[in-house]
Each structure stands twice: as structure tokens, then as C-alpha cells.
Design a protein. Structure first.
Length: 187
């Protein structure tokens, strides 16, 4: 008799991502992951004693995919514009993953300040400061404005409320960038 296939945590996480991509966050459960793997629920439950633990690992994997997508180089002169357009592209190309990351209960009870605090904002504010010539605190303020606009557009894209128009989005983000930078330099 051939040995049973060994199901690893990595395989389970990849299967969880596939489930979220196909069914959305609401479809992520042990049975769906097991079906994606073509196995019983036992190997999934062996590695994940709770659904919350599985959800957290799938969320971390989706977040890593999102981060890699954001950091793809753009074709223009502005790295920050490229990041904004990459954010929009991710929402358009991976709407269920985007909703899983940003439109579930993951951030319940957190303020906008909480979400944009810490190392995550520094990772974007520091390059923004270099690109714009602003101080880091002013770059953080600009980033908050940019984030609000880009996230709003991405949410519209991920929920099929807006058709993708790269030229219009590029123009809007460029105008917003210029306005926020100019305002920050004047104050």
C-alpha cells in the first residue's frame, strides 16, 4: 500500500488562500480547505486546532501577497504613485483577498490612527519623505491623505462599484499627490 500523502501547514495555507480567492472570507472553513486539498478534515485539524488559528495564518499569507504586489516597481518616475496604482490593481485583480484583508472584522475597534501607526506607516512615509522633500511628520500626514483616497478607490474596485480606468486613477492620484505635497510645504 502506498504511503499516505503528507499534508503540511504550507499546503493548508495555500489551500486556504485558494478558498478565499474562490469563495471569499465567508467560505473559509475546515471542510472547504480539506476539499481543496482533496483530503479529509483530519489533516487540517491536526495542524490547526481552531478555525481562528487557520484564519490567522491564511490572513498572514494574504497580507504577504498584498505587500509583494504593492512593492512591484512602476513604470513612471514616482514610486509612491506606483504603490498607489499597485494597491488599486490588487483590489481589482484579487477582490476577495482584498475584502478578506480589509473588509472583515480584522480591524474592529481600531481607529484610523491605530491602523496607520507603527512600522507600517514608516515603511511608506520614509520613501514619501525622500521623494517629496518633506519632513517625516509631514510625509506621514500626506500618506494618511493618500491612503484614505487610494483605499476608498480600491474598495470601490473590489466591490464592483467602479470600473477600472487606469488613466483616470493615475490622474486623480497625481493631482491628489501634488495638492497634498504643496499643502504640506506651505504649512
Amino acid at each position: 500500500m502506498p504511503p499516505a500523502a503528507r499534508i503540511t501547514r504550507e499546503m493548508i495555507i495555500r489551500a486556504g488562500l485558494a478558498v478565499v480567492r474562490a469563495q471569499g472570507a465567508e467560505g473559509l472553513n475546515v471542510r472547504a480547505v480539506a476539499a481543496e486539498l482533496g483530503c479529509s478534515t483530519q489533516p487540517v485539524m491536526y495542524h490547526y486546532r481552531t478555525m481562528e488559528a487557520l484564519r490567522q495564518d491564511v490572513y498572514a499569507a494574504a497580507d504577504a501577497l498584498h505587500t509583494r504586489a504593492l512593492m512591484q516597481p512602476g513604470t513612471g518616475d514616482s514610486p509612491m504613485l506606483a504603490i498607489g496604482l499597485n494597491y488599486l490593481s490588487f483590489a481589482r485583480e484579487e477582490p476577495r483577498l482584498f475584502r478578506f484583508l480589509f473588509q472583515t472584522d480584522q480591524f474592529r475597534g481600531q481607529s484610523l490612527g491605530d491602523l496607520l501607526a507603527g512600522p507600517a506607516i514608516a515603511g511608506f512615509a520614509e520613501p514619501l519623505a525622500r521623494e517629496s522633500g518633506l519632513s517625516l511628520p509631514r510625509a506621514e500626514t500626506v500618506f494618511r491623505g493618500l491612503f484614505a483616497a487610494v483605499h476608498g478607490l480600491a474598495s470601490l474596485l473590489a466591490n464592483n462599484a467602479m470600473a477600472w480606468d487606469e488613466a483616470a486613477c493615475t490622474a486623480l492620484l497625481t493631482t491628489l499627490w501634488d495638492a497634498l505635497i504643496n499643502q504640506a510645504k506651505e504649512t
